[in-house]
Design a protein around this ligand. Structure first.
Ligand SMILES: Cc1cc2nc3c(=O)[nH]c(=O)nc-3n(C[C@H](O)[C@H](O)[C@H](O)COP(=O)(O)O)c2cc1C
Length: 183
């Protein structure tokens, strides 16, 4: 199984990337081949007004990471009640419609606030549903993000930690089932 984990912000030192690194390791431990997309590495030319029509060659590895994946794990922080602009730019630059069409997508949110990025996850689910992604309904929400990550990226809250472990195992099985159905 090829899993693409997307750390949904380009903020230096983000908790999102720390959590994404841990999630990627969990999928690898279950035997998946994992590509971690770190939006900090998004080439600056992706911001050029011409980037939509003529994709920069430097964006190609990012697009390939998505196109080759059996499943996408989108990890988003909450920025101003939504998901980061860098993540939307990434989504908007991906090839259409093949990037999300019938591709399984799982969601994890984390926020400083108490709702654990419920808003950005629900907003992202609308975007991916619109693009015919196969939404995986077991979501994980991580509140108080600054204190949420402990040793080795484990979540300090036992319930959130167990939900994350469960999501990882179940999503991998979901991706396997979809691949079988696709033939
Ligand atoms: C531009 C910006 C806007 C933010 N807006 C919110 C917000 O609306 N609600 C919230 O709970 N936390 C908000 N935060 C805090 C983040 O949720 C917090 O930094 C958390 O660690 C996840 O973001 P990170 O991956 O950048 O660390 C914001 C952070 C930034 C940088």
């Amino acid at each position: 199984m090829r899993i693409c984990v997307i750390a949904g912000t380009n903020r230096a030192g983000s908790n999102t990337l720390k959590l994404a690194t841990r999630v990627a390791a969990d999928y690898r431990a279950l035997g998946a081949e994992v590509v971690l997309v770190d939006l900090q590495a998004l080439p600056i030319e992706c911001l050029a007004p011409t980037a939509y029509a003529a994709k920069p060659a430097s964006f190609e590895p990012f697009a390939q990471a998505v196109l080759a994946a059996d499943g996408l794990v989108v990890i988003t922080p909450e920025y101003n009640g939504s998901f980061p602009g860098a993540l939307k730019l990434f989504i908007d630059l991906l090839p259409f419609p093949q990037s999300f069409e019938n591709r399984p997508v799982a969601f994890i949110g984390l926020a400083a606030g108490r709702w654990g990025a419920l808003r950005p996850v629900e907003q992202l689910m609308q975007v991916f549903a619109y693009r015919n992604g196969l939404l995986f309904n077991e979501r994980v929400f991580v509140p108080a993000a600054g204190d949420a990550l402990g040793e080795g990226g484990r979540l300090t809250d036992p319930l959130a930690e167990s939900l994350l472990v469960q999501q990882t195992a179940h999503f991998l099985r979901y991706c396997e089932a979809v691949r079988v159905l696709r033939g």
